[in-house]
Design a binder for this molecule. Sequence first.
Ligand SMILES: [Zn+2]
Length: 216
Amino acid sequence: MRPVRLNGALVNRPEEIIEAMRGLRARGFVVGTVGNASVRIADGLRITPSRRDYDAMGPEDLVDVDGRGRVLHGGHRPSRELWLHLAVYGARPDVCAIVHTHSPYATAWSFLGEPISPQTEEMSYYGIGRVGVAPAAPAGSPELAAAVAGSLGTAGAVLLHGHGVVAVGADLATAVTAAEAVEHQAHVGWLLRGAPAPLAWDGDVHTGEGGLTWRD
Ligand SMILES: [Zn+2]
């Protein structure tokens, strides 16, 4: 997925938005028409439509929306998480692509309401940082949008309490990789929780700080 530059922002081609969601669904990160993706455009954002089959979706089905949520182009309703996407772009000028998934391990961890442990190497390697947890709020609500934008901070992803993951990047490939890294991290975390003598790793393999402790 090679992004193109438009008015200083990196913008993926429309086909790449659909390819990203098809790929995430094929890997079990979303089910059916659930999940959504967007890229920043000059006047706002371009986002997947609400409740449309990714296999039947074409570039013409994507919806262009301005910075205030008004539809500029497109015959469908935008994803109901439109406000979340707008809030993130507003808070993070460096972000030009967003994917929202319900990948199983990360979603399971989101119900704990705590950051994922351990801090796996991928989180440092891809510069994702520490992934926080946005407080629970109804899907599609302005409250959720504000919570996600606030909890994301400068990280490459954030968990939504009891819901799923929002991953961001300068382009779609980066956002998708962040979603994959968070799912991997949560998978490792669950494996450690299920170990006969559960381990708690609070270290950072990148900086060498922290380390491994055994829980009683
Ligand atoms: Zn969702």
